[in-house]
Design a protein around this ligand. Structure first.
Ligand SMILES: CC(C)(COP(=O)(O)OP(=O)(O)OC[C@H]1O[C@@H](n2cnc3c(N)ncnc32)[C@H](O)[C@@H]1OP(=O)(O)O)[C@@H](O)C(=O)NCCC(=O)NCCS
Length: 166
């Protein structure tokens, strides 16, 4: 069941290394894929710095709401200049929340991240993601943003073709 938020979180570009706003960040830890997301955020906090990293963090007063990292990662056989959604996660205390507009926080964060990418590159690159087979909520999120499910190996490969508007 959803919970309305009365405010729109503020979004900033972040250098995740040792940012206290990310210390102990968790999406809830109820499933293996949520724990994997928490570990990825911790790796950024600990210094993982892929090329062309765009790390956005959404905050409410005194609280981290949501994070999203996008960075360079070639998609073999499709686009050597592709960008990759390294992580997206809503903090446990804000899971299920939605904005006054009705937008969920995952939608809000992914839209902002793609828009910032477009602003930086002036053309929209190929963007891709790997999603756990059991993570149907994430699959639904990405499909709402014009990502298509290309194939399934260990993870599901989702691709958003270059040139699409946000
Ligand atoms: C994947 C993720 C980012 C998607 O974000 P999200 O769509 O905002 O998802 P949340 O989990 O915060 O909440 C979704 C729920 O909010 C509620 N909700 C959202 N908008 C709503 C609205 N306008 N009205 C009523 N309820 C609403 C619904 O209960 C919805 O559940 P449903 O999808 O089953 O209908 C988020 O689920 C998450 O952080 N998951 C854990 C980390 C993760 O798996 N990351 C992705 C790795 S690939």
């Amino acid at each position: 069941m959803g919970r309305p938020l009365s405010l729109v979180p503020s979004v900033r570009f972040d250098d995740p290394l040792n940012d206290p706003a990310l210390a102990g960040f968790t999406t809830g830890g109820a499933s293996a894929y949520e724990r994997e997301v928490d570990e990825i955020v911790k790796a950024f906090y600990d210094g993982h710095q892929p090329d062309q990293l765009q790390f956005l963090i959404a905050e409410a007063p005194g609280a981290t709401v949501c994070v999203c990292a996008i960075h360079e990662r070639p998609l073999q056989g499709v686009d050597p200049g592709a960008m990759y959604v390294g992580v997206i996660g809503v903090a446990a205390a804000f899971r299920g929340c939605y904005l006054p507009t009705g937008e969920s926080l995952g939608d809000f964060m992914l839209t902002r991240s793609l828009a910032e990418l477009f602003a930086r590159w002036t053309v929209m690159p190929t963007v891709w993601a790997l999603i756990d087979i059991a993570n149907t909520r994430s699959q639904a999120l990405f499909s709402r943003h014009a990502f298509a499910h290309l194939r399934t190996d260990k993870y599901q490969l989702w691709v958003r073709p270059a040139g699409l508007a946000v």
